[in-house]
Design a protein around this ligand. Sequence first.
Ligand SMILES: *[C@@H]1O[C@H](CO)[C@@H](O)[C@H](O)[C@H]1NC(C)=O
Ligand SMILES: *[C@@H]1O[C@H](CO)[C@@H](O)[C@H](O)[C@H]1NC(C)=O
Ligand SMILES: *[C@@H]1O[C@H](CO)[C@@H](O)[C@H](O)[C@H]1NC(C)=O
Ligand SMILES: *[C@@H]1O[C@H](CO)[C@@H](O)[C@H](O)[C@H]1NC(C)=O
Length: 441
Amino acid sequence: MASSFNLHFLLAFSTILVLFLFGFETAGTVSAVNRAPFSQSATVLILPVLKDNTTSLHIVNIRKRTPLTSIPFVVDLNGRFLSVNCDKDYFSSTYNAPICRSTQCSLVGTHFCQKCSSSQARPGCHNNTCAIITTNPLNRQHVVGEIAQDVVAIQTLNYQASNPGRFVVLRRFLFACVPSSFLQGPLPKYVQGMAGFDHHPVSLPRQIASHFGFQPKFAMCLSSMNNQNGVIFFGNATYRITPENDFSQALRYTPLFIGSRGEYFIPVKAIRINRKQIQFNTTLHSKTMRTGGTMISTTSPYTALEHNIFQVVTQVFAKEFSAIGASQTNAVSPFGVCFNKLPPPVPKVTIGAPIIDFVMQNRDVTWSIYGSNSIIQARPGTWCLAFVNGGYNPRASIVLGAYQLEDHIVEFDLARSRFGFTETLLSKYTRCSQFNFNSTT
Ligand SMILES: *[C@@H]1O[C@H](CO)[C@@H](O)[C@H](O)[C@H]1NC(C)=O
Ligand SMILES: *[C@@H]1O[C@H](CO)[C@@H](O)[C@H](O)[C@H]1NC(C)=O
Ligand SMILES: *[C@@H]1O[C@H](CO)[C@@H](O)[C@H](O)[C@H]1NC(C)=O
Ligand SMILES: *[C@@H]1O[C@H](CO)[C@@H](O)[C@H](O)[C@H]1NC(C)=O
């Protein structure tokens, strides 16, 4: 009874916490966690990011604790912090849980003191540390955890060296130590937590940036190939994926907005299929338009469209695709339209499907989705449009999902509030999985 009361109490006040955090940030206060002397322009950090073959979620292995152990986390673009399962094998000589009302807890935005009824203290179970609510993005369930600090090590990128970059250490990285009940939903079994990449001060990219003193900016290049690594860059990186292909000058930019729950949004003004604008009821879209209307999510495997938009897009796409030789068949869940015969492959993008354009602030800034990001093989002999129905009342009328982000470089520049993106790397016969972590690139 008591613990359920506490949870409700915490939940009721979480809105106030968010407001507090927001105020805190706009005041321009920046984390001063364990700052190390570092040459800002020279330092770029990288993390390999694996595409899981059963869930299509993208997984980062982060070296953590003492001794350093590689821990697998789901990449949650809109998550607030690193959440770690502390119920399973958390052994570390450097674990530390700050006391409640400490500056660390204030940075996270929590002022609640945690009590643990067990007599045996362990990671996640201490008295007078700070309690934090964590939400699982896959099932929206909340759990209460303890704010803690421990060592995190991240690899540097050195294009000049012929050796893999050395690891640099953040000694007091803040994270949420959560019960194993947090790890529910369609998750790979080996995963031990979620890595939040949102704009709040204790997200993974913000803590890295404030620790090393560089601009809060990161970029993802997610692999489309199962069991293969793409790369995440932190800092002012050069996006050289292969020795021949540097995509740094290939980005186009659109404003980046923050939604009411801290999610990343971009403005999509129109959708075109084969360059023809499609007509849909824009009333729903305009509801989230003040933040751009379109949310980006790495925990949604496919782009989800509001019901009415989904209906129009699938109909027009099927008609255009059939006109060039695809033949439609029964849909395979969760998709809305599928085909059992494809037109002949085309160079670069491999599948010659109608081009879906998301038109941003103007026609010159368009995200074009080609066959390699719009068509998925759902089962042998059946290919589907890799978009799903988001229902009638979604959080955003368009949620741009992981399948559509793969083999693109997407940059989140939090200092300049802008989102940068390339066209598919396949247009240069390159994939995110070609980034070489072991040698000069
Ligand atoms: C980022 O790098 C570019 C090119 O390497 C450089 O011109 C620019 O000044 C750097 N920006 C910052 C903030 O360091
Ligand atoms: C996924 O990859 C693992 C390890 O590489 C392999 O053992 C497993 O069979 C694969 N599963 C599927 C469904 O392809
Ligand atoms: C927390 O305090 C309670 C008494 O208020 C005590 O019973 C419990 O053992 C303590 N837990 C830890 C982990 O110290
Ligand atoms: C557009 O959608 C809104 C909200 O669902 C609805 O009230 C309105 O009648 C729709 N307009 C048209 C023209 O269908």
